[in-house]
Structures are given as C-alpha cells and as structure tokens.
Design a protein around this ligand. Sequence first.
Ligand SMILES: Nc1ncnc2c1ncn2[C@@H]1O[C@H](COP(=O)(O)OP(=O)(O)O)[C@@H](O)[C@H]1O
Ligand SMILES: [Mg+2]
Length: 277
Amino acid sequence: MTAITLPSSSNVSAPPSETASDSPLLAVDELRVAYGRRVAVDAVSFSVHAGEIFGLLGPNGAGKTSTLSAIEGLIIPERGTIRVAGIDVQERPLDARANLGVQLQATSFQKDLTVTEIVRLYGGLYGIVLDADGARGVLAAIDLSACAGMKAGQLSGGQLQRLSLATATLHDPPLLLLDEPTTGLDPQSRRRFWSKIETMRDSGRAILLTTHSMEEAHAVCDRVSIIDRGRIIVTGPPQAIVDSNKDRPEVRAAARRPDVTLEDVFIGLTGAGAITT
Ligand SMILES: Nc1ncnc2c1ncn2[C@@H]1O[C@H](COP(=O)(O)OP(=O)(O)O)[C@@H](O)[C@H]1O
Ligand SMILES: [Mg+2]
C-alpha cells in the first residue's frame, strides 16, 4: 500500500489537554518489526498518556500484536525506540516491564483451578500475597464475587476476560496493554468490560488496546491510530477523524448511510473492500 497523506487537521498527534510536563507513559517512535524479510510494522509512532484509552485499530494481520510484542520486549524491533514511563525498553527491559500490565490475545487459565486460586496464584507471580480479604476485593472490583469458588473451566467468555484483566493488573501497573480483549464477547459482556477499563482510565492509568472493531474504537477510545498493513494511516480522537475525513470522495463512496462512520473512513482511506475479522 502506498502511504496516504491526510490533511494535517486529521492527524492529531496529542490530546488537547497535553502540556509540556505531561510526558507519555508510552512513547513508540519509528517502530519497525520484521519477521525475516517480511516487514510486519513500519514507521509506527504514537504515544499514550495517563488517563487515556488509546486504540490501535486495524484488521487481522495489520501489525497490532507485533507492535504490542515489541512494547512488551518479546521481540526485538529492527528499528525504532520504545519508552515505557520514560524507560527505554531495549536498554532496561526489566525496569520497563515492571510498569506494564499485559493481557495477551489468548489467555488460558488452568481449567481446574478456582477463580480465587487463580487470583492468588497470579498474585504470587508478582510477589503479592493475597489473603482471603484481598482476593475478595480483587474479584469484587471486576464483578466476579459470585464466581469466587467456580472453576475457570466454568466461566463464560466475558467472565474469563474480566478475570484476565484482574490478573494483568494485580501489581497496579500504570500502563495496560490489552490485545483484542473483547473479540468474541457478546454485547453485554463487551460493555461491562468497557466500563471496567474506563474505571481504570479514570483512576489515572494509561490503556493501550487493540481491536478490529471500529465501533468499539469509537465507543471507548479517547484516541486511536488506524493501522493497515503495518503502517499508521491516521491518528486522533475517533470523532475528529470522522469529521475531518467525511467529505473526502473516497470516504463518501464507502459510506453506506448518510452518517459517515469510522469504518467508512477506514474503508475509504485504505481502499479495502472489506474488513477481515
Ligand atoms: N511469528 C511470525 N512469523 C512470521 N510472520 C508473522 C509472525 N507473527 C506475525 N506475522 C505476520 O506479521 C503480520 C502482522 O501480524 P500481527 O502483528 O499478528 O497482526 P494483527 O495482530 O494486527 O492481526 C501478518 O502478516 C502476520 O502474518
Ligand atoms: Mg493480533
């Protein structure tokens, strides 16, 4: 794909509230990730601030998980720098990781352990000893009190995702990375999950989530970068992206209803016939 040049008004790189002292909790600069000769992520730059839900939005294969893997230090980028809470991920990986809570694209818990046992087990991995009251508090915060004695194998998809959110945040990290956390959830479970991460955002955390749902990005993200075939094509608040692109002929042509959506903008700008899900 050739790079698309967008009007500068549509390429908002920082929230309006940003000040000089408001340094980002995550800064990704000119990231390039390759698997052999295959370039999966190229020239990707964005930043995420405290009190912000930032969405990396794109279809399957766009490079979302590869970007997160580089941030987590699981793969070494070919180019670029990544700073977590000001710490260079390649120079000081352990210090950087201590600031991260990570929810992987597929989390599997041992099916025979109870929810309480899992929370305590993960607490132990982070060096946090949870007594019965502590475990109860963790479960209450994610609406799983009623499931405390249930085995992981008995939980619904939404309950499992909330449990994995809890286990990713036991050490109270300032930056959360969530890889497609709501894929496969029913609408109610998805909304419940959104409200949990909004609460975390409102308590001052920075949250980076990936999604291929334009609707989700519009509903829950303060800002998004739309990524396609490894490159960011636009960054900004979802409504601002819609507003500044809705009159472009290629976006109009993609719109199925009078109100242009983020999905119409994506289809129009990428020339994609359909979004792969
Ligand atoms: N381990 C790997 N080896 C080779 N290619 C990979 C590997 N992981 C991902 N890719 C390729 O890199 C591209 C981006 O993948 P990924 O980051 O998983 O995208 P997304 O998470 O957006 O679906 C895809 O073309 C994928 O096939
Ligand atoms: Mg992925």
